[in-house]
Design a protein around this ligand. Structure first.
Ligand SMILES: Nc1ncnc2c1ncn2[C@@H]1O[C@H](COP(=O)(O)OP(=O)(O)O)[C@@H](O)[C@H]1O
Ligand SMILES: [Mg+2]
Length: 322
C-alpha cells in the first residue's frame, strides 16, 4: 500500500564536508516524490541515507514507527525489505543475464522455489516491457533497457517504497517519456511510495505529486507539484524553469558581482503548469489530485494557460527555447 517516510532534521557530512543540513520533509504514503538539485548536492547520498546504507550525523528517518537512522542492525534488515532501489548506474551484474539479475534478490532473500521465482521474474520483466530479453547480458542491451531491468529487479520483492536514482540520465527524450509513463502506471498498480531523483525538468513538471529541491546544503523547498511550479522563490523558480537568471550559477552559487549585474533583469514569466501525466488506462492513481486543486485550495493564481491539454507541449517548448 506504500508507507509514509518522515524525515526530521536530517544532517549529513563526510568529515568536514557538510552535504546537507537540517532536512525535514514527509513523503506521503503511496505518492510519487521527485528530488531535484544541482549535481553534487547530495541527492544520491539522500537515497542511501533513506535505506540506511549511510548514517546521518543527526536527525531521523521514521518508517512505520522505526527510526532507521538510529535503529539496530536487525531492525534495519527488516525495514530494508520494504524497499526497492534502482541505483544510478543500474548496478547489474555484468556476467549474469537479465533473468538472473532480476531473480537475484529473490534467491538471496527468500526461500521461494525456482518455479515460483521464474513466475515472479517474468511477471516483473513483462511489467517493464522486457519479455524476450531474459537471456541477454547487460552489456548487450541499450541503456534504457538496462534501467528497465534494474527497475524489474527493484520490484521483485514487492516494495512499499521505491527509490530511483536518475532513471533518465543518458536516455533520449522519447525513452524518458516511456519510463515516466511506466512510473505512473507502476505507481497506480503497486501503490508504493516513490522517490525519484532526476535532472529532467520536463519529467519533474508532469510526473510527481510532490517535488523537493536540494540546493546549497539544504532543502530549498518540498511540497505539492503545483506549489513548486507556481513558486516565485528565486532558486525554485530558476531550477524548475532551467533559467540562467537567478541565484544558481555555473559553480553552484553566483557571487555578489554576478547577482548585482542581473538585479534589474526581468525574470521570464512562469510557464503554464502542465497537466499531470495520466495512467495508460486513464484510471486515476490513488494519490492523483484534480488539476489546479492545490492552487485553488491555497488561493494561488496559476500562470496563464495552466492545466490545459496543450500546456505539456508549451512546457517542453519553453524548455527547448532556453
Ligand atoms: N561515501 C562517500 N564518502 C565521502 N564523500 C561522499 C561519499 N558519497 C558521496 N560523497 C560526496 O557527497 C557529495 C554529494 O554526492 P552525491 O549524493 O553523489 O551528489 P548528487 O547525487 O546530488 O549528484 C559529493 O561531493 C560526493 O563527493
Ligand atoms: Mg547522484
Amino acid at each position: 500500500m506504500g508507507v509514509e517516510i518522515k524525515i526530521e532534521h536530517l544532517t549529513k557530512s563526510f568529515g568536514k564536508q557538510l552535504i546537507w543540513n537540517d532536512v525535514t520533509l514527509t513523503m506521503p504514503a503511496g505518492e510519487i516524490c521527485v528530488m531535484l538539485g544541482p549535481s553534487g548536492t547530495g541527492k544520491s547520498v539522500m537515497l542511501k541515507t533513506l535505506i540506511g546504507l549511510l548514517k546521518p550525523d543527526r536527525g531521523s528517518v521514521i518508517i512505520e514507527g522505526t527510526d532507521i537512522a538510529n535503529c539496530s542492525e536487525k531492525d534495519l534488515y527488516e525495514i530494508r525489505k520494504l524497499f526497492g532501489v534502482l541505483f544510478q548506474d543500474g548496478a547489474m551484474f555484468g556476467s549474469m543475464n537479465l533473468f538472473d539479475n532480476v531473480a537475484f534478490p529473490l534467491r538471496e532473500h527468500t526461500k521461494k522455489s525456482e518455479s515460483e521465482i521464474k513466475r515472479i521474474v517474468l511477471e516483473k520483466m513483462d511489467l517493464v516491457g522486457l519479455i524476450g530479453a531474459e537471456y541477454k547480458l547487460p552489456g548487450e542491451i541499450s541503456g534504457g533497457m538496462r534501467k528497465r531491468a534494474g527497475l524489474a529487479r527493484a520490484l521483485v520483492l514487492d516494495p512499499e517504497i521505491l527509490l530511483i536514482d536518475e532513471p533518465d540520465s543518458g536516455l533520449d527524450p522519447v525513452r524518458t517519456s516511456f519510463i515516466n509513463q511506466l512510473f505512473v502506471d507502476l505507481n497506480a498498480q503497486i501503490n508504493a511510495t516513490f522517490m525519484i531523483v532526476t535532472h529532467d525538468i520536463h519529467s519533474v513538471r508532469v510526473v510527481p505529486d510532490q517535488i523537493g529541491l536540494l540546493y546549497h546544503k539544504h532543502l530549498a523547498m518540498f511540497g505539492p507539484r503545483e506549489m513548486l511550479l507556481s513558486s516565485d522563490e528565486p532558486v525554485v523558480r530558476q531550477f524548475l524553469n532551467a533559467q540562467t537568471v537567478g541565484p544558481i550559477g555555473m559553480s553552484e552559487e553566483k557571487d555578489a558581482t554576478e547577482l548585482e549585474a542581473e538585479k534589474d533583469m526581468d525574470l521570464p514569466p512562469l510557464p503554464p503548469i502542465p497537466l499531470q501525466l495520466e495512467t495508460s488506462n486513464g484510471i486515476p492513481r490513488k494519490s492523483q489530485r484534480p488539476p489546479g486543486e492545490w492552487c485553488r485550495l491555497n488561493g494561488v493564481t496559476p500562470p496563464p494557460g495552466s492545466f490545459r491539454a496543450d500546456s505539456i507541449l508549451s512546457a517542453s517548448a519553453a524548455k527547448s527555447s532556453d
